[in-house]
Every structure is written in structure tokens, then in C-alpha cells.
Design a protein around this ligand. Structure first.
Ligand SMILES: [Zn+2]
Length: 354
């Protein structure tokens, strides 16, 4: 029998227009009156004033207020243990890096973490693990799900569009990830958690079925961010990242390893999702529709990504997570994926021939 370990879900969850202005009130409501605030690089200029005004209005003290540009685990350990004992919460405002740093520092000190993503590039803001540099290598380190998630859709809207495309790619990947998870448990590897499957499936289905005119519509952005938040919670329920990360993520992780300058996580993942949905012969029409209609493919086509890099990444993919058993852990499906890279019409348009 599998036991139901207690899971933690965010106490604060605010996704919507103007959410950043409500930061102070959210903290006050939870009694988090003294906080450390870390911003991503260059973001004090953009959001500092708004954040400070919000804190001031609610009488919240910022014990520390600075920009941070490191995900080196040693730096973060040092920072974490230099935090004042008065600290009641760590707030991180920015993209992936500062969120990972804040998440891990809060985890080390047993403090609530408030995640305030300023871009929708991936689901890291709602995941329990942190991606840090350990001994010079990017490594996924266990941490804890955020106590609070606060996303201002107005901020997301003004970030460069590539971050929205990246979020779209990371979200649509739940389709292939879930299929891989079922597949591997059918092969006696891992254990399926039906509730986590349901949450992740509902998240992605709700997202792909949302009607919109532009990817900058409030309804589209809210749906994207809500769905990314729900995915993180599916991982928390499962106790691992299987609900949201399957063979398509292995290709992206392999590209990260192989390339000097990889593309945004969700861009790589989105392309790999299309490949794997075709290999799995599962919902690839839907995946293609989303990537076409949002403009994801048009953006991806501008990046000059190489066919040969994808071929190498597919070969490397099973070694990225040897303990798993996704479609890419079988040679016949790696061959099928490589065949698609060479012949599929859409991929011919996106990837360059060398
Ligand atoms: Zn991802």
C-alpha cells in the first residue's frame, strides 16, 4: 500500500491583473510582517517602486532588498544563513533564477517562500525543486513548494513575447509527459498517482481549450499561469516531477547539456512535445494546433535551431534520467523521433538542415 504523505499546497494564490500591488496586503494577511525581498537582475528599476509602495501601505518591513544574479548553491547557502532571525518570509520577484535562489534559501531556513514570477517562461515558480549550480553543473535540488504564488498578468503581458511562447511550450508538454508516465508504470517502473494525473490533465486541457484572440488577452494569460501553477501542485502530489516532465523534457535537458547557448526551456520543450506526441501517436493534432495558432512555431522558426542538435539530444535523452522509462528509453521510439526530425514537414520549417 502506498501511503498518502501530507502534501503542501500554496496558502496564497493570486493570479491576475494588478496582483503585484496587493503583495503587501497578502503578506500582512498571513502575519509575514518582516520579509527579505530578492529581485532578478535589473528588476528593481522596473518593479521596485510598485513593490515598496505596496509594502509600505501594509506596514511590511523589508529587512533586505536587493537584486540577485546567482544560482550557485554555495552563494545561496551563504545568503540563506546570513538572513536576519527576524525574517518571516523570503520573497523572490523575477524570472527563473531568482525564484530558484529564493525557493532554496527559504527551504534551508524553514521559512515560507513567496514566489512572484515576472515571466511565464516555465513552471519553475510553482515547482518544489530548484535548479541550481552544484559543482559547476546545473542540478535539480529538492526544496519546497511556495507558500505563496503571486502572478501579475499585467507584468507577464509586458515581458518579451518569447517568455509567453516558452510558457506555452512548457504547458502543452503535460500532454506527452502524462502519456509517458502511464507508459512507464505499465512497464513496471514508478507508480502512477491518479489524482496527480487528473490535476495535470485538467490543467493542460483547460489551457488548450481556452478561446482567445491574442496570446496577450487577460483570459489567455490567466489560464496559462493558472495551469502552470496547477502543474506544480500535481508534482507535489506525486512526490516527483513525472506528471509534468516526460520524454519531451529529456530532449530539452539533453539540449541544455549539448549546447553552449540553449534556447528557453519551454521553447525546446514545446518543439520536443510535438515530436513526442507524434511518436506516441497521441493528441499531436491538438499540440500542433496550439503551437500554430499561438504563433509559437513562427517564433521558433526564427531561432535557427539545428536538426543535428535534436538528433544528438534524442540519442542522449535516456541517459538524462536512467531510472525512468519513457518512450525515449526504447530504441524503436528514439529512431521514430529522429525520423520525424529528418522528414516531418513542420520540423523542416523550424529546424535548419545542418
Ligand atoms: Zn518544464
Amino acid at each position: 500500500m502506498r501511503k498518502n504523505d501530507s502534501i503542501s499546497i500554496p496558502v496564497i494564490l493570486k493570479v491576475g491583473k494588478g496582483a503585484l500591488e496587493g503583495l503587501g496586503q497578502c503578506l500582512l494577511d498571513e502575519g509575514l510582517t518582516d520579509v527579505v525581498i530578492w529581485f532578478g537582475n535589473g528588476l528593481i528599476d522596473l518593479f521596485g517602486l510598485k513593490v515598496m509602495e505596496s509594502l509600505k501601505k501594509s506596514g511590511i518591513t523589508a529587512l533586505e532588498y536587493q537584486e540577485l544574479d546567482t544560482v550557485d548553491i554555495d552563494d545561496i547557502i551563504t545568503l540563506a544563513f546570513s538572513l536576519s532571525n527576524q525574517t518571516k518570509a523570503v520573497v523572490a520577484i523575477g524570472g527563473g533564477k531568482v525564484i530558484d535562489a529564493g525557493k532554496y534559501a527559504a527551504f534551508l531556513r524553514g521559512l515560507p517562500f513567496i514566489s512572484v514570477p515576472t515571466s511565464s517562461a516555465n513552471d519553475g515558480f510553482s515547482s518544489a525543486s530548484a535548479s541550481l549550480i552544484v559543482d559547476g553543473r546545473r542540478t535539480s535540488v529538492p526544496a519546497r513548494l511556495a507558500y505563496g504564488i503571486l502572478v501579475d498578468t499585467e507584468v507577464i503581458r509586458t515581458a518579451p513575447e518569447k517568455f509567453i511562447y516558452s510558457g506555452i511550450g512548457d504547458m502543452v508538454s503535460k500532454i506527452t509527459a502524462l502519456y509517458d508516465w502511464v507508459y512507464e508504470t505499465e512497464h513496471g517502473v514508478g507508480a502512477l498517482n491518479d489524482f496527480a494525473v487528473m490535476i495535470a490533465k485538467k490543467a493542460v486541457n483547460s489551457f488548450v481549450r481556452t478561446p482567445y484572440a491574442s496570446i496577450k488577452d487577460e483570459i489567455f494569460l490567466k489560464e496559462l499561469l493558472d495551469s502552470l501553477s496547477m502543474s506544480g501542485i500535481a508534482n507535489e502530489i506525486a512526490g516527483n516531477s513525472a506528471p509534468t516532465s516526460g520524454s519531451e523534457h529529456l530532449i530539452s535537458h539533453a539540449l541544455d547539456k549539448l549546447l553552449e547557448t540553449p534556447q528557453l526551456h519551454g521553447i525546446q520543450v514545446g518543439i520536443a512535445t510535438y515530436i513526442m506526441a507524434k511518436v506516441q501517436n497521441h493528441r499531436h493534432v491538438r499540440v500542433n494546433t496550439v503551437l500554430t495558432e499561438t504563433g509559437f512555431w513562427d517564433y521558433a522558426a526564427t531561432l535557427q535551431m539545428k536538426r543535428s542538435d535534436f538528433l544528438r539530444a534524442i540519442d542522449l535523452s535516456p541517459a538524462i534520467k536512467p531510472h525512468r522509462y519513457t518512450y525515449l528509453h526504447e530504441e524503436q521510439y528514439r529512431e521514430a523521433a529522429k525520423e520525424l526530425v529528418m522528414t516531418d514537414e513542420i520540423l523542416q520549417r523550424i529546424l535548419t538542415a545542418d
